[in-house]
Design a protein around this ligand. Structure first.
Ligand code: SAH
Ligand code: SF4
Ligand code: F3S
Length: 482
């Protein structure tokens, strides 16, 4: 699987709206004119999908101020680094990125072109004061819950100069203050439905950086989904730090919300991430059986296979609870692919605990997983406990990753010879190829041509660790559900 928490460098792009051919040239000219007058915005995003979603929303909130996208820091009137605090490398990456941007900012200033430099996201939330001290040339520092105040922050910074710091957990929800119109026009889209976490796992910063658990009302989610579908989305991934703890007004449970979303015409596929085993209720399990648009794939982090370590982690379930859940899920939806997150080397983890994790992996058989060495996070309980040797952590991680990689390739190979629906997302890497997604979120390549958003039946003919090569089985019929 691609590392979810290290997507540094992915710039948020605002795709232009599709145009009619006969007015295309005029519009191109007008767009070029408008762009040349526009201020340029570069957003770099690290971390989870929620940060990707937040970056899109930041671009939307700044668009009315005349900001349009650029990929080049030297052209940027504003740069936002949307950061992740979940493991330490991201913080160091932030400071080295800031060092480079300082040089660009100075070069622009010498030419009379200011650059607003902003740090957003979970590092900003947790380490706002440190950023101000270590990088005083930064103009704005704001956390995940105040991004709707960006225009006000930009104005304050322009008026007063100096650092504007906003790491509040405000009473008002950012969702009530963000623009309604979504500017993303992709075939696949993210939609935040829940945010924050009250679970306080021993190792995790998220409850401190994202704040308490909240859910958006169903009406707001449905309206946003409807707009995404009108803009071309056919697959929506519902996001939340504990998405299956969703309890928004008007739906009450994630299962009910999925059912409501599945009724939107044109929305062919629904996914959700990330789930906690404790919140996986029977209604949601049944939804995997009963709702065809709900894709047969579930990311269900277990972190460890040892009950001792799970207790030390404050996860609130045992390995046997997890295995029972997997059984129930597979009974409801036999083709369900499971993915997970693992941490090796949590304080107190012994050789037998690590062996229990490997045993759980063998028993479940994962289609993919993210695995990490435990990294002490400031302010979390596990950071205060005695730490394991790095060499032990390295060896355990290598062993676990070898097993998970073998399972991932094995899972991809099980698709060879089978026929399934592929949602086309765009052209493939080579001329004459198309790219898409399988129901199990595998990247698919095939020879042929078809409009992105089309769903075609394809047969897998070969598999690698990260993708499937397919041939189109059904050229004629566009299918509405995978
Ligand atoms: N809400 C999700 C996970 C959020 S963080 C859940 O409950 O599972 C994403 C992943 O980062 C976690 O699943 C965990 O595997 C990893 N992670 C979190 N804190 C970590 C730490 N201190 N060291 C190493 N990995 C960590
Ligand atoms: Fe972090 Fe645990 Fe909350 Fe997941 S459930 S976000 S790992 S505290
Ligand atoms: Fe990272 Fe914050 Fe997401 S710490 S994983 S960006 S919630």
């Amino acid at each position: 699987m691609t590392e979810p928490n290290c997507i540094a460098g992915s710039a948020t792009k605002l795709d232009p709206a599709p145009c009619q051919p006969h007015v295309q040239a005029d519009r191109d000219f007008a767009a070029r004119e408008a762009r040349s007058r526009m201020k340029k915005l570069l957003i770099r995003t690290w971390g989870c999908q929620m940060n990707v979603y937040d970056s899109e929303r930041m671009a939307e909130v700044l668009a009315p101020l005349g900001f349009g996208p650029t990929d080049r820091p030297e052209d940027a009137d504003m740069v936002i680094l949307n950061t992740c605090h979940v493991r330490e490398k991201a913080t160091e990456k932030l400071f080295s990125e800031l060092g480079r941007l300082r040089v660009t900012k100075q070069a622009r200033a010498a030419e009379g072109q200011p650059m607003v430099l902003a740090v957003a996201g979970c590092v900003a939330q947790a380490e706002g004061a440190e950023i101000a001290a270590r990088a005083p040339y930064v103009d704005l520092v704001f956390g995940p819950q105040t991004l709707h105040r960006l225009p006000e922050m930009v104005a304050r910074s322009a008026r007063a100069g100096g650092l504007v710091l906003d790491t509040d957990f405000p009473e008002e929800s950012k969702f009530d203050h963000l623009p309604e119109a979504r500017t993303t026009h992709g075939v696949t889209a993210f939609l935040a439905v829940q945010e924050g976490c009250d679970k306080f796992c021993s190792f995790c910063v998220v409850p401190y950086t994202r704040g308490a658990e909240t859910s958006r009302p169903a009406a707001a989610v449905l309206a946003e989904a409807q707009r995404l579908v009108e803009a071309g989305a056919r697959e929506i991934t519902l996001l939340g730090q504990n998405v299956n703890a969703y309890h928004g007004e008007g739906a009450g449970t994630l299962a009910r919300l999925v059912e409501m979303l599945a009724a939107i015409p044109g929305l062919a596929r629904i996914r959700y991430t990330t789930s906690h085993p404790r919140d996986m209720d029977d209604a949601l399990i049944a939804a995997h059986r009963d709702i065809p648009a709900l894709m047969p794939m579930l990311h269900l982090p277990v972190q460890s296979g040892s009950d001792r370590v799970l207790a030390a982690m404050n996860r609130g379930h045992t390995a046997a609870d997890y295995l029972r859940l997997v059984d129930k899920l597979r009974t409801a939806r036999p083709d369900l692919a499971l993915t997970s997150d693992f941490i090796v080397g949590h304080p107190g983890e012994e050789a037998a605990d690590h062996a229990a994790t490997l045993a759980l992996v063998r028993e479940v058989g994962f289609a993919g997983a993210f695995s990490f060495k435990y990294s002490p996070r400031p302010g979390t309980p596990a950071a205060r406990a005695a730490q394991l040797d790095e060499a032990i952590k390295d060896a355990r991680l290598a062993e676990l990753q070898a097993l998970l990689a073998e399972q991932q390739l094995g899972f991809n190979r099980t698709r060879i010879g089978t026929v399934f629906d592929v949602l086309l997302t765009g052209p493939g890497r080579h001329p004459g190829q198309i790219a898409g997604r399988s129901p199990w979120l595998q990247a698919v390549h095939a020879e042929g041509s078809a409009v992105p958003g089309t769903i075609l039946a394809m047969r897998a003919i070969s598999a690698t660790a990260n993708s499937l090569t397919c041939i189109i089985e059904d050229h004629q019929q566009e299918r509405h559900a995978a």
